[in-house]
Every structure is written in structure tokens, then in C-alpha cells.
Design a protein around this ligand. Sequence first.
Ligand code: FPP
Length: 263
Amino acid sequence: MVKKKSKVGGRKKNTPPTPHRTGVTPPKLDAKQIPNHVALVMDGNGRWAKQRGLARTAGHEAGEASLLDMVHGAIEIGVKELSAYAFSTENWRRSPEEVKFLMEFNRQVLRKRRDEMNDLGVKIRWVGREKRLWSGVLKELKEAQELTKNNKVLTLNMCVNYGGRAEMLDAAVAIAKDALKKKIKPDSLSEKSLNKYLYAPQMRDVDLFLRSSGEQRTSNFLMWQSAYAEMVFLDVLWPDADRRTLWKAIEIYAERERRFGKA
Ligand code: FPP
């Protein structure tokens, strides 16, 4: 019998992820070896394009499939939350052409992929700063968020106009305002209550921080949330990455011993 909740608005919900084209399956690991939250720095699009004599934007276009494949692979292996660094607060420094491309690209990808994400049971959540973000992109992010808000299989944080320092600064301003209004007492602020001032208070701490392209930097991504994340830097350009890259990083993660400051 088909369960009632499996259909919403005439669409099938929680359809299983599509297997990888090679038929490869996730590595066999204990549930406790699987990171709940993986942060993705999708780096190397420009270099990938340059190697092929293409415009940088062709690298970003090719990177869409990598992210999508990772979403399917994350569900297969049991990851609960993925955060994708799609546009940073520092990316405004790129050429006006590339900024325009990235804004429009984010908007189009959200529009094109939101039903597929919804069918998979993915909750899309925008994480970032509103100021400066193009209204068309914001609208698309909010619509995707609304459409997928009750999904529970995986949360996909689309970090658009996101920066870790911007997030801290925005939190500090909001805390100062609340203190002036006597809504909070500065001395009673805790790590837990500060969390409420972040862009996405519900976000889990990052367990695995994965950056492609061989660069070994965090580039202002989720700095509060990644305080105890395991860092994995893989020498693959983002458009060449797919779920197998994610699984490889998870195998490396599974070998690490996490102590969280304990001896
Ligand atoms: C870094 O590559 C990537 C970005 C600036 C983020 C944009 C990422 C994508 C467009 C991939 C897919 C995203 C979505 C929304 C589906 P880079 O340009 O810094 O590469 P480089 O270091 O080789 O120049």
C-alpha cells in the first residue's frame, strides 16, 4: 500500500537517490563513522576551465553536476546535512561579468533543481547575508526553502553571499542591539545563546570539512560551526569531483580520532 505521506502535491516524495553511473556503492562503514554534517568548498572551477581553454564560467557550469551527484551520494551513505559554499561575501571582488554569471547561475540552478531536490526529500536552506544579494536570487532561495521546508532526508545549506566573519559581525550587531533593548544580559550570553544569532541556528556543527582543488584553506567558511571539524583537502578540481570524492573523504574521516579537546 502506498503511504499517504509519500505524495505531496501530486509529486512522489522521498524517491531513492539515483545510483552512480558506474554502479559503485558507498563504502561499508559503521553509522558512527559517518559525518552528520559535511561542509563543501567547491574549489577549482576556474582552473578546470583554463586547462581546457574554456571561460571560467564553463567551470562553474560543469560544477553543478558535481554538487548534484554529491547530494545523491550523501543520501546513499547517510549524511544528514551538506553545506555548499556557492558564493562568498568575498566573491563580490571578482569581475562584474563573473559576479553576474554566478548570481544568475545560482538562481537558475535553484529553479531547475528544486523539484528534484524536493522529490529526494532534501530540505534546501539559504545561509547568508541579505545585504547586496540580488533580489532574484533571494526570491529563488526563499521559494526553494518554502517548497522543501518539511523534508527530512537531507538538509542542503546553500551558502550564498556567506562569509564566516560577516556572520560573526552580523551576530555581534544583533546581540548589541538586543542588549541595548535589555532583551539579553551581556554577562549571561553563552555559546549556546550566541548560536541563536547565527544565520542558521538549527545548523549542526560541521563534522567533515571538504575542500577540492588541493588548496588547504578554509576561506572564511563556517568558521564557528567548523571549530572541531575534521579537515580533508583532496587534489581534485571541483568539476571532476562527484559522490566518490565525498565517500573518499568520509573514509579518511572515519580513520580519524576525534577528541574535542579531551586527552
Ligand atoms: C570556486 O571555483 C567556486 C566558486 C566561486 C563557487 C561557485 C561554485 C559553483 C558554481 C559550483 C556549483 C554551484 C552550484 C550553485 C550548483 P574558483 O572559481 O575559485 O576556481 P579556481 O580557484 O580554479 O579559480
